[in-house]
Design a protein around this ligand. Sequence first.
Ligand code: CU
Ligand code: ZN
Length: 187
Amino acid sequence: MPMFTRFRTSLAVLAASGLSACVFVHATDSSSGDSKHAHGSGLRASARIEARSGSTLAGSATFTEQKGGVLVEVTVSNAPPGWHAVHVHEKGDCSAADGSSAGTHFNPAGHKHGSPHASEHHAGDLGNMWVDEKGNGHHVLLMPALAVADGPNSVRGRAIIVHAAADDLVTDPTGNAGGRIGCGVIQ
Ligand code: CU
Ligand code: ZN
């Protein structure tokens, strides 16, 4: 029940704060002339998150296109308790033992790093996920600047990364979030 309440609250806040970015995304989509690719299509992508950098973390992520953007849901278990940065990184390559093969934060608009709730941030900046004392974490947010459909903002073919430390939500371009303890290719 608390999870449901928090979920509803974050959606309401994001819906209010994300309107300008949402308009931009829709303008971009409409230029393709392909109505299938509009938001609200329910198009979905997912990733299985695997341990990196010697961690024991396991998890998954889903990305669902809906009105106002892409609903991102990340779930992890066996992770170190505390706050952990979560980002979409530009390359869908988790082959490196330290996750470095996934490259930098997904940033199709050429923005500076920041909080997903700030006026400027990378499209892939998903903020911080809380992991409880049992090692379980769940992170849900609506991202107006992401897409699942093919195009410059699409998450498909990219990677989701969970970091060892919290994102300070300011330091450009990394958020000073430490190593990469989880990685999953989004498909
Ligand atoms: Cu990252
Ligand atoms: Zn970033």
